[in-house]
Design a protein. Structure first.
Length: 257
């Protein structure tokens, strides 16, 4: 069976988290060009999930959460705006990208299980489309909640088998301590069974504290035998997204069980 590449674009890669609703257009266009090149040269099976960056996180914070329908409506509105920018850029460079509303296909049960009506997504990939999802507010048994792009990626891996999971972040990978601290060392391999050995703190320039740890903890929950590779790398470095999608060796952190 063909391998599906599930690519997560961190919100800090495509937006400026320090400015409200600010797209990093230069990066978006470069990334779209790299993805489109990979699609046309080496990988027809690509799913993209992007984070909220200065669109989603700010909106949730301003509303004090997503419990009400007004907050839900605003989060969906602004995340669709960001999603449209990404989809338009991909199509402009030749990748047949289509927007997929996360809140329309995901639901959280009372037991905490995340459910996905993924059949349309699977059909889109089979027909050569590049679905683009995003971190979003979704309905759950208890009301409305935020669903992170990271959890979406791991959940999709249980459906789109076999797959590679590629996390494009704003840093080179996982460090043994916050990367801005003296002596911080990039880890080439991280074992999910040994996360307690890593002093996480804030791993990215614009990450909230604990974001990298949460990204890996989802791996413990969703890991399965059809995951070919999990790689965390710097999506701001030119050429790395293209090379990752094409299976070439790049600097980063490989995640194993």
């Amino acid at each position: 069976m063909q391998v599906t590449n599930i690519l997560k674009l961190g919100g800090s890669v495509i937006t400026d988290k320090k400015k409200h609703y600010s797209v990093r257009y230069v990066e978006v266009y470069r990334i779209a060009q790299e993805i489109s090149l990979a699609y046309n040269k080496c990988s027809k099976r690509i799913v993209i999930v992007h984070g909220g960056g200065s669109f989603g996180h700010i909106t949730v914070t301003e509303h004090g959460g997503v419990e009400g329908l007004a907050a839900l409506s605003q989060v969906v509105y602004f995340m669709r705006e960001l999603n449209t920018v990404m989809v338009d850029a991909l199509n402009a460079y030749g990748a047949p990208a289509i927007p997929v509303d996360t809140h329309a296909i995901f639901y959280r049960s009372c037991e905490g299980d995340l459910h996905c009506f993924c059949k349309p997504l699977e059909e889109a990939i089979e027909k050569g489309a590049v679905p683009v999802l995003y971190g979003d507010a979704i309905f759950s048994c208890r009301g409305v909640e935020v669903l992170s792009g990271d959890e979406i990626v791991w959940k999709l891996s249980t459906v789109l088998k076999p797959c590679k999971i590629l996390f494009a972040s704003d840093v080179d990978g996982v460090y043994d301590r916050p990367p801005n601290e003296a002596g911080a060392r990039l880890l080439k391999v991280v074992k999910l069974s040994n996360l307690e050995a890593i002093e996480f703190g804030s791993q990215g320039r614009t990450d909230v504290t604990g974001e990298m740890r949460a990204k890996l903890l989802y791996g413990l929950k969703y890991w399965h035998g059809d995951i070919v590779e999990v790689l965390i790398f710097n999506g701001l470095k030119k050429g790395r997204i293209y090379n990752a999608l094409c299976g070439r060796d790049i600097p980063g952190t490989r995640v194993i069980l």
